[in-house]
Design a binder for this molecule. Structure first.
Ligand code: ADP
Length: 395
């Protein structure tokens, strides 16, 4: 029998899927159902890269997509036994600091956090509902992007607003927590001395943030109440003076929906370059606007490394992850260029090779590249929820 756990990350029109064996870090299969709707596509692959036989089925809805995924997996592994399903959930509110088994009461609580993340939480919850419908007997676990940051000191949790708003949940939550948890785990395994120290992790992908981590615990994050704050991103603005919002409302009569569209979908690298949200395209473009978009991204990253180091009172390591952090030697080198005062000195040959350690041997601060793996963090949580990790320890 093929015993496995499934991880799901449901977006507005996509479903990211990975099937992990009961033990081990390599998924049996992973991929994406994209463009859920009339033009849905099923792009699931085995770990060796071969496409899974696409099962016929309805890709018009999330539940249809899930059933189709299950059809593909069962065609490949007819003896598949699903032990647990782990879900990525963007928001666990002020309360949830760890993965949590899903039941009706939890779902109702998570619905209550939807106003904090209106563009993401409803889709995550739709994914959970679909999975509960498709695999009614299988335990399901919610893994929160906010959970890793829940023990921030109060000064990094609050805004300087009247306290009633804090009590209502207007706080600096921080996101990308599954990625930071993964990177922390790798450091603990491979560089335990650094893991004990002061580490700034830069998750630079389409979404981008940094996290200040001390002895494995998040102390501060560049993202705050929403996934808009901090670094500029593919299409999101990053840090913004709230006065700009007042101006847009007062002088441009923009509604909340207009502003949301502007800040989430039309800003960041796309807005600045007028060309693309994709760093590869900008690196290749050679237009003055693309160059300025990159300059802005690099400058804000440099500032925030400084801010995160200040939150920690020092820095022992800077770790890059995410699509840009893992793959762009140019952006890594440019960010590090002006950080020599923090003991950061990159070794260009190592950086060009995307080595694990890309700093020079004499540098006071270690710079590393650690490919992140949020799916594995979810799979481990799903295993743990059904006692599979204890099974491993006992045998
Ligand atoms: P998401 O946040 O959606 O998971 P990723 O972590 O996959 O996104 O990051 C996507 C970003 O990574 C894009 O801006 C893409 O251009 C960038 N990227 C991927 N590979 C490279 C590369 N070789 N050079 C520069 N940027 C890259």
């Amino acid at each position: 029998m093929t015993q496995a756990v499934l991880t799901l990350n449901a977006g507005s029109s996509s479903l990211k899927v990975a099937l992990f064996p009961a033990q081990g870090d390599t998924p049996l299969a992973s991929g994406l159902v994209d463009s859920i709707g009339p033009n849905g596509t099923n792009r699931l692959r085995r770990s060796d890269g071969t496409p899974l036989a696409a099962a016929g089925g309805d890709l018009g809805t999330h539940v249809g997509a899930l059933r189709t995924v299950l059809g593909s997996l069962r065609a490949e592994w007819p003896d598949l036994s699903l032990l647990a399903v782990g879900h990525r959930v963007v928001h666990g509110g002020p309360k949830f600091a760890a993965p949590t088994l899903i039941d009706d009461a939890l779902l109702a609580q998570l619905e209550g956090f939807a106003p904090f993340a209106p563009l993401h939480q409803p889709h995550n919850l739709a994914g959970i509902r679909s999975a509960r419908e498709a695999f009614a007997q299988v335990p399901q676990v919610a893994c929160f992007d906010t959970a890793y940051h829940r023990n921030h000191p109060w000064v990094n949790d609050a805004f300087a607003l009247p306290r009633a708003l804090y009590d209502e949940g207007v706080r600096r939550y921080g996101f990308h927590g599954l990625s930071y948890e993964y990177v922390s785990g790798v450091l603990l395994r491979d560089a335990p001395q650094l893991a004990e120290g002061k580490v700034v992790v830069a998750h630079l992908g389409n979404g981008a943030s940094m996290c200040a981590i001390q002895a494995g615990r998040s102390v501060a994050s560049t993202m705050g109440f929403s996934a808009l704050d901090g670094l500029p991103m593919g299409t999101r603005c990053g840090q913004l003076d709230p006065g700009v919002l007042l101006y847009l409302m007062d002088q441009r009569q923009m509604s909340a929906a207009d502003i949301s569209d502007l800040l989430y979908k039309r800003s960041g690298l796309l807005g600045l370059s007028g060309l693309s949200n994709d760093m590869r395209t900008l690196e290749a473009a050679g237009t003055p606007e693309a160059a300025q978009a990159i300059d802005y991204f690099v400058f804000r990253c440099q500032r925030e490394v400084g801010a995160m180091a200040a939150a920690l009172g020092g820095i022992d390591a800077l770790v890059f992850c995410g699509g840009i952090g893992e793959n762009s030697s140019l952006i890594r080198a440019r960010i590090c260029e002006r950080l020599a005062w923090m003991g950061i000195e990159i070794d260009h040959a190592r950086n060009a090779q995307h080595a694990t350690v890309v700093s020079s041997d004499l540098a006071r601060t270690t710079v590393m590249v650690v490919p992140t793996n949020e799916e594995l963090v979810i799979a481990r949580a799903a295993r743990s929820a059904v006692g599979l990790d204890q099974l491993k320890e006992n045998t």
